[in-house]
Design a protein around this ligand. Structure first.
Ligand code: BGC
Length: 772
C-alpha cells in the first residue's frame, strides 16, 4: 500500500476513506489492499474497546494502566516525567495495535467549574504547552500517533456541541491557542482533533481560518485533522475548510453528501484528494511501526504510575506554628486514624471518554497500612452516594480520631459531580464531608486533610487544619503515591497549575460562564487564571504555582542574559535550607516594564526544577523563549516582541517572588503604515520618519515656549506636553498655530514613509504660514 495515492481511488472510495468505518477505525479499501487503523482514547491511559463501543466511557475496555490524569501530571511541572508517561502510553498502544491515542488535551482551565478540568493541564498556556509537548514526544517516539485535542477554545462542557466561544483575538492567540501552537510547532502531532464548539460563531469542524490558515499555513502542521466524535456539523463545508477525517462513521450518509457535492461542482475534487492523501499518510505511518515487543509489563507501568502520582501531589499546607512541629510527614510509628470513604474506595479518574479500565488499583488505606509501623484505624465517615446513617458514620469517625494521635481525613468530590459532558455547579465539597471534618477536628486537632478532586474546590477550613494535601485524581497508583507522600518516602514537590480561589464570585469567567443561548463571551480577555486575580488584586486561597515541600529553599540573586538565539537564560542559586533532600520548581515570570498593550501583572514565561540535597546550593537554569515574550498585535495580526527593559521575576509561586532582575530585549521591527489619522505617538515611533518629525516638533515647541507664551507656560513640563500630544491625529495638526507642518507636507511625509523612504529635508525648509 506504500505508494497508493488519492488518484488511485474512486470518488466513492475517497469519500469513505475520509470518514470512519465504525466507532474507532478508519475505512479499509480492499480493492487496493488498504488496511484500516485504530484510533482510541486517551489521554492518560488506553481505552480500547473490544465489544460494545461508545465515546462516553460506558462500555468496558481492555485493561490498561491508568496514569494520573492531566490535573495531576501537570502539577508535577515535570516534562521529563510526562515524556516517560507518553512513552508508556505509546508502548501500551503499540501492544494493542492502536495507531493513534486520542490525547493529550490542552484546553485552558478558564473556569474551575468546567466538568472536564481533570483532563486538562492548567489555566496557563505555557505549562499546558510544555507538558502537552512532552506527552506527544513520548507517545510518538513509539511509532504511535497522538491526537492533540480539543482544537480549540473548548473550555466548558455545557452546550459543548453548539455553543460559540466568543473570544477577542488577543486572548484567543495568547491564551487559548498558544499551547496548541507550541505543541504543533515543536512536536508535529500526527493528528489534531477539532473540537465540538463554535468559535466566534463558526464550528471548529468547519472553520478554514482555524483548521487551515492558523494550523497549517501559520504553524506548519503537516498531519491530519480529525473531528471530535460527532463534531461534524456539515461535512461538505468542513472538508474544504480543513477537516480531513470524520469520526465516528456516519454510516455512509455524509460520504454520499461529499460525492454529490463533487459531482454537483460545489466541492472541488482536489480538496477531497488532499484529505484522502492525509488519511493514506496516517495509515502508512501507522504501518511503519515495528511489531510491539511482548506483553505489557504491568508492574513496571504501575510503578511509573505510582512515581507520577507522588510527583503530582501538592502539599498545600503543613503548619508547624503550634511549636510541636509540622504534622507531615507522618511518623510511621504513630497511631493513625484514616477517615473518609475515599481512602478505601479511591476516586482516581474522571468520567467520560477518558475512563480507563485499570490493570490494578491501589487504595490509600492499604498502602498506608503497608508503610506504617503503628496502628492504622479506619472509619468511612460518609458514603459516596450520600446514603447511610450519617450520624452513626460520623460518630464512628469521631471515636477513631479521638483514639488516634493523628487523623488523616480523605475528602473529595463525588464522581457524579465531575465528568465529561456537564459542568460543576459550585466549588463546594459536600456538606456532609465538611460537617464530618468539623466533628473530627473537635475530637482531635491533629488533622491532615487529603483531597480527591479533578477540579479545584473551596477550602473554607484551610486556616483551621494543620495540613492539607491536594491529591487530585491520581490514576490507579494514586493510593500508593499518596501513602509515599504522607509518610515522607517521597518529598512532595508539585505545585498548583491553577489558582484555588476563595469564592466562585472571584473567578475570571464569573458572569460569563457558561453563557446563554449558544454564546459564551470570554469577557475577561487575557486575564485568565492568576493573570486575573493579580490584575484585580484579589485574595485567593492558594495561588498559582504554590506548593510546599518537607524542606525549605532559599533563593539567591537572579541573573538574566540574552543568549545568541535571542532567548533569555535566567540563573538563580537555590539552597536547600532544611534537613531532607527536595525538588524545587522555580518559576520565571517576565514582562516589559512599559507596554503598548494591556498586560497581566505577571505572566509565566519559563520554569525549571532543581533537586537539592540538604545544605547544598544548586543553580536553577530557566530558559525563557523569546517567542514566549510576544503579545498578539491586532493591528498587524501577528505576535510581536516589544523591545526594551523586561522585569524578570524568579518565584516559588505566582505570589512568592524570591528574586528579581531586569533584562534588555531587542524588539521585533514593527513598522505600521502611517495615515493622516495616525497619532503623533505613532508617527514619532516610526523608525525613519519619527526622528525627523520629533526634531521639527521640538523646534516648534521651543518657539512656543518664549517668555510671553501663555500656551507653553500652561504646560507643567515636556512630559505632560508629550502625553497631551501623543494621541493627536497627525493630520489634524496641520494648520494649527505654530505647527511646523502643513497638510500637504504631512501627506507627503506619510507617502514617503509608507514607500519606505526617508523624508526630504528640503520639504520642510519652508514652514507653512502660521496664524499669528
Ligand atoms: C471526547 C473526546 C474523545 C472522543 C472519543 C469525545 O466525546 O470529547 O475527547 O476523544 O469522544 O471518545
Amino acid at each position: 500500500m506504500t505508494d497508493i495515492t488519492a488518484s488511485d481511488l474512486t470518488l466513492e472510495e475517497k469519500a469513505s476513506l475520509t470518514s470512519g468505518a465504525d466507532f474507532w477505525t478508519t475505512t479499509a479499501i480492499d480493492r487496493v489492499a488498504l488496511p484500516s487503523v485504530m484510533m482510541t482514547d486517551g489521554p492518560h491511559g488506553l481505552r480500547k474497546q473490544q465489544g460494545a463501543t461508545d465515546h462516553l466511557g460506558l462500555a468496558q475496555s481492555v485493561p490498561a494502566t491508568c496514569f494520573p490524569p492531566a490535573v495531576g501530571l501537570g502539577s508535577s511541572w515535570d516534562a521529563a516525567l510526562a515524556e516517560r508517561i507518553g512513552v508508556a502510553l505509546g508502548v501500551e498502544s503499540a501492544i494493542e495495535d492502536v495507531a493513534v491515542i486520542l490525547g493529550p488535551g490542552v484546553n485552558i482551565k478558564r473556569s474551575p467549574l468546567c466538568g472536564r478540568n481533570f483532563e486538562y493541564v492548567s489555566e496557563d498556556p505555557l505549562v499546558s504547552g510544555v507538558i502537552g509537548a512532552a506527552l506527544v514526544r513520548g507517545i510518538q517516539s513509539q511509532g504511535v500517533g497522538s491526537s492533540l485535542k480539543h482544537f480549540a477554545a473548548n473550555n466548558q462542557e455545557f452546550d459543548r456541541m453548539r455553543a460559540s466561544s466568543d473570544i477577542d483575538p488577543r486572548p484567543l492567540r495568547e491564551i487559548y491557542l498558544r499551547a496548541f501552537q507550541r505543541i504543533v510547532t515543536d512536536e508535529q502531532p500526527w493528528t489534531v482533533m477539532c473540537s465540538y464548539n463554535r468559535i466566534n460563531g463558526v464550528y471548529a469542524s468547519e472553520d478554514p481560518w482555524l483548521l487551515t490558515q492558523v494550523l497549517r499555513d501559520e504553524w506548519g502542521f503537516a498531519g491530519l485533522v480529525v473531528s471530535d466524535w460527532g463534531a461534524v456539523n456539515d461535512r461538505v463545508v468542513g472538508l474544504p475548510a480543513g477537516l480531513d477525517l470524520e469520526m465516528p462513521s456516519s454510516g455512509g450518509r455524509t460520504d454520499a453528501q461529499l460525492v454529490a457535492a463533487v459531482r454537483g461542482g460545489t466541492l472541488p475534487e482536489e480538496k477531497l484528494d488532499l484529505a484522502a492523501d492525509r488519511v493514506l499518510e496516517l495509515v502508512r505511518r501507522a504501518r511503519r511501526r515495528p511489531a510491539a515487543a511482548g506483553p505489557l509489563d504491568v508492574d513496571a507501568h504501575h510503578a511509573l504510575a505510582r512515581e507520577a502520582a507522588a510527583r503530582s501531589i501538592v502539599l498545600l499546607r503543613n503548619d508547624d506554628r503550634s511549636g510541636a512541629g509540622a504534622l507531615l510527614p507522618l511518623d510511621r510509628g504513630a497511631a493513625i486514624a484514616v477517615i473518609g470513604e475515599f481512602a478505601r474506595t479511591p476516586r482516581y479518574q474522571g468520567a467520560g471518554s477518558s475512563l480507563i479500565n485499570p490493570t490494578r488499583l491501589d487504595t490509600a488505606l492499604e498502602e498506608m497500612r503497608l508503610l506504617a509501623d503503628g496502628d492504622v484505624a479506619f472509619a468511612p465517615g460518609f458514603t459516596l452516594d450520600g446514603t447511610g446513617d450519617v450520624e452513626a458514620l460520623r460518630a464512628e469517625a469521631v471515636a477513631a480520631a479521638a483514639a488516634a494521635e493523628v487523623a488523616v481525613v480523605f475528602l473529595g468530590l463525588p464522581a457524579a459531580q465531575e465528568s465529561e459532558g456537564f459542568d460543576r455547579e459550585s466549588l463546594d465539597l459536600p456538606e456532609a464531608q465538611l460537617a464530618l471534618l468539623a466533628a473530627v477536628r473537635e475530637a482531635n486537632p491533629n488533622v491532615v486533610v487529603v483531597l480527591s478532586n479533578g477540579g479545584v474546590v473551596a477550602l473554607p477550613f484551610r486556616d483551621e487544619v494543620p495540613a492539607i494535601v491536594e491529591a487530585w485524581l491520581l490514576g490507579q497508583a494514586g493510593g500508593g503515591g499518596t501513602a509515599d507522600v504522607l509518610f515522607g518516602v517521597v518529598n512532595p514537590s508539585a505545585k498548583l497549575t491553577e489558582t484555588i480561589p476563595l469564592r466562585i464570585e472571584d473567578t475570571p469567567a464569573f458572569g460569563n460562564f457558561p453563557g446563554e443561548f449558544g454564546h459564551v463571551r470570554y469577557g475577561e480577555g487575557i486575564l485568565v487564571g492568576y493573570r486575573w486575580y493579580d490584575a484585580r488584586a484579589l485574595e485567593v486561597a492558594y495561588p498559582f504555582g504554590h506548593g510546599l515541600s518537607y524542606t525549605t529553599f532559599a533563593y539567591g540573586d537572579a541573573v538574566a542574559a540574552v543568549t545568541d538565539a535571542g532567548d533569555v537564560e535566567v540563573r538563580v542559586p537555590v539552597t536547600n535550607t532544611g534537613t531532607v533532600a527536595g525538588r524545587e520548581v522555580v518559576q520565571v515570570y517576565a514582562g516589559p516594564l512599559r507596554s503598548v498593550v494591556q498586560r497581566a501583572p505577571r505572566e509565566l514565561r519559563g520554569f525549571a526544577a532543581v533537586e537539592v540535597a540538604p545544605g547544598q546550593t544548586r543553580d536553577a537554569v530557566v530558559t525563557v523563549r523569546r517567542d514566549d515574550l510576544a503579545y498578539w498585535d491586532v493591528r498587524v495580526d501577528r505576535f510581536v516582541v516589544e523591545g526594551g527593559a523586561y522585569r524578570v521575576e524568579v518565584a516559588a509561586s505566582s505570589r512568592d517572588v524570591r528574586a528579581e532582575t531586569v533584562v534588555e530585549i531587542a524588539g521585533d521591527e514593527l513598522v505600521l503604515p502611517l495615515t493622516m489619522n495616525s497619532s503623533v505617538a505613532d508617527v514619532f515611533a516610526h523608525p525613519v520618519t519619527g526622528p525627523v518629525v520629533q526634531q521639527l516638533m521640538a523646534g516648534a515647541l521651543a518657539g512656543l515656549g518664549g517668555a510671553d507664551s501663555s500656551a507653553a507656560s500652561m504646560l507643567p513640563d515636556d512630559d505632560a506636553l508629550q502625553k497631551m500630544m501623543a494621541s493627536f491625529p497627525i493630520g489634524r495638526l496641520a494648520g494649527f498655530p505654530g505647527m511646523p507642518l502643513g497638510y500637504d507636507q504631512i501627506e507627503e511625509l506619510i507617502r514617503t514613509a509608507n514607500a519606505g523612504g526617508a523624508p526630504d529635508p528640503e520639504l520642510f525648509a519652508a514652514r507653512p504660514a502660521t496664524a499669528s
